[in-house]
Design a protein around this ligand. Structure first.
Ligand code: ADP
Ligand code: NI
Length: 235
């Protein structure tokens, strides 16, 4: 998708120059945590698709999707700061900073509060990329990059209640599914996003069913890993 898609993006956002896009892209080189440039482009593409049916200002959705991971404290520092980004695109810096600060996820019970439609759209787009086949891959890649085990049977999924608890939690990548990924569908805001999430949620369940069957074999799968409670469309 990439270079054709980047061309489409440049046409849709006249204030974005090819040189600046290249600089932006270079800041994501070498990321192996699943927050690479292709993740950014998928979030832009998902957000664009959602905006086409839900409405909202495309000229606010696209910059936010492009900038959403620029100042994430758990990632390497990027080649471009949010203030450079807003200056270059001639975009309201306070608005962009406010919108970017709403990105992210506070665990199973977190709530986003009241959000403008454009922010809801980009949050949905980012969350869609954390579930489905790509979500499975990103979770395992993130775990590997942080030297975290794929799974260990003594671990437990923490139902984190605060952002601090969430950031501290996680005993293995498979536990991260129970802490976060299996809860994402119920935190999708838009109707279009919810529709896009359905198949992806099912793919998470299918992956975990296979994983647990292969891990435990004939043994009983522990009750806390039972997937029945997640088998609706996101509870
Ligand atoms: P956000 O950027 O929306 O706050 P995160 O950065 O927490 O979300 O998650 C982005 C990606 O990184 C997701 O695909 C998620 O599965 C993965 N990830 C985050 N934390 C962990 C973890 N502790 N173990 C495995 N994967 C993780
Ligand atoms: Ni992201």
């Amino acid at each position: 998708m990439d270079s054709n898609f980047e061309q489409r993006l440049l046409r849709a956002l006249p204030s974005l120059s090819p040189e600046f896009l290249k600089k932006l892209r270079s800041g994501f080189e070498g990321d192996c945590t699943g927050h690479d440039w292709h993740h950014v482009l998928r979030v832009v593409r998902n957000a664009w698709k959602i905006q086409q049916s839900e409405g909202g200002d495309l000229l606010r959705v696209l910059p936010l999707a492009l900038a959403h991971d620029l100042e994430d404290h758990k990632l390497e520092e990027k080649s471009v700061s949010l203030s450079e980004f807003s200056q270059e695109l001639n975009y309201d810096r306070d608005l962009l900073e406010r919108d970017v600060s709403k990105m992210g996820f506070c665990g199973a019970h977190g709530s986003d509060g009241d959000l403008d439609l454009e922010v809801q759209i980009v949050l949905d787009a980012d969350r869609l990329d954390a579930i489905g086949a790509i979500g499975v891959s990103r979770c395992l890649a993130f775990g590997g990059a942080r030297s975290q085990l794929i799974f260990h049977p003594e671990g437990e999924a923490l139902e984190a209640k605060s952002r601090e608890e969430y950031l501290k939690s996680c005993s293995s990548s498979i536990h991260h599914f129970y802490e976060k990924l299996l809860h994402i569908t119920k935190h999708i805001h838009t109707k279009t996003g919810k529709l896009m999430a359905e198949a992806r949620h099912r793919r998470l369940i299918e992956f975990l069913e296979g994983f647990l069957e292969e891990w435990y074999g004939e043994d009983e799968i522990p009750e806390e890993l039972n997937l029945k409670r997640f088998s609706g469309d996101g509870e």
